[in-house]
Design a protein around this ligand. Structure first.
Ligand SMILES: C[S@@+](CC[C@H](N)C(=O)[O-])C[C@H]1O[C@@H](n2cnc3c(N)ncnc32)[C@H](O)[C@@H]1O
Length: 257
């Protein structure tokens, strides 16, 4: 079992160094995308914010940002990074903060941790409830059942000062569930080498299920946008202002997936 701190630092090494995920560029694109739909947007809530990497850049684009995260190690890392910013302990499926925001984001497929269609609806209801009228939801979905390919072993390695990290990840697919088994090896000069395993279960929702949950939560102007760094689209939607008409939702990409 890894020390709490290992989980958060392993996360950053794997995604920012080994996989080259560019949080700064993504945050810039997110801010542009939100302002195109809500020019006066000045506040943002990042739900399932992980170690706060998007927020560390988004704080430069919005006057007020907050985060919410279920995992204590991830939240502790986010709070340490985001001095002066509220990072709430909370579950995306059931949380209630005391204010609303111009934008609510749920990024890097965290939505896949909803374990059923019912939990997807609970989560979308919570996200929508924290948007002000005219506010923008930005959701980065997990794979649909027809997109997900189980089996290939993904290998990543990264070094950072005295630490060397290697991860192998293999996935399997059962029904509407994908399971990722990750083996980590963390070597540190003077400390030795530790090994731990994590198992992540994410639900393969269809595009129709995402669309239905977003609409049921009262959001409109749903858009499927091109992905930034992979083949998966992002979804944007707007919380209607009272008395304004909104565009009908387009058919989601792929009629049955
Ligand atoms: C793939 S990570 C994405 C983290 C961050 N958004 C990013 O882009 O780096 C998924 C995150 O979702 C969090 N998470 C999983 N289930 C959650 C839930 N029910 N409520 C809130 N956060 C959750 C995990 O702890 C993890 O930090």
């Amino acid at each position: 079992m890894a020390h709490d701190q290992d989980l958060a630092s392993a996360y950053e090494l794997i995604y920012t160094v080994a996989a080259g995920k560019n949080y700064r560029r993504e945050a810039h694109d997110i801010a542009v995308l939100i302002r195109q739909r809500h020019p006066t947007a000045d506040s943002l809530l990042d739900v399932a914010c992980g170690t706060g990497l998007h927020l560390s850049h988004l704080r430069d684009s919005f006057a007020h940002v907050e985060g919410l995260e279920l995992s204590n190690p991830m939240r502790t890392a986010a709070a340490a990074r985001l001095d002066g910013i509220a990072v709430h302990a909370g579950d995306m499926r059931d949380f209630r903060l005391t204010r609303t925001f111009s934008a609510v984001t749920c990024l890097f497929s965290a939505i896949g941790y909803a374990r059923s269609v019912h939990e997807l609806h609970q989560t979308l209801d919570c996200l929508a409830a924290h948007l002000e009228p005219g506010g923008v939801l930005l959701l980065e979905p997990w794979f649909t059942p027809s997109q997900f390919i189980a089996g290939p072993v993904d290998i990543g390695a990264a070094a950072d000062g005295q630490r060397h990290l290697a991860r192998m990840c293999v996935s399997r697919h059962t029904g509407t569930t994908s399971t990722l088994t990750m083996h980590y090896l963390l070597g540190e000069t003077g400390t030795g080498i530790r090994h731990w395993t994590e198992e992540h279960t994410l639900t393969l929702f269809t595009n129709e299920q995402y669309l239905h949950a977003i609409q049921q939560a009262g959001l409109r102007n749903v858009e499927w946008l091109p992905g930034w760094h992979d083949q998966r689209p992002r979804i944007a939607a707007i919380k209607p202002r009272p008395g304004r008409s909104h565009a009908a939702a387009p058919k989601p990409p792929g009629s049955t997936s």
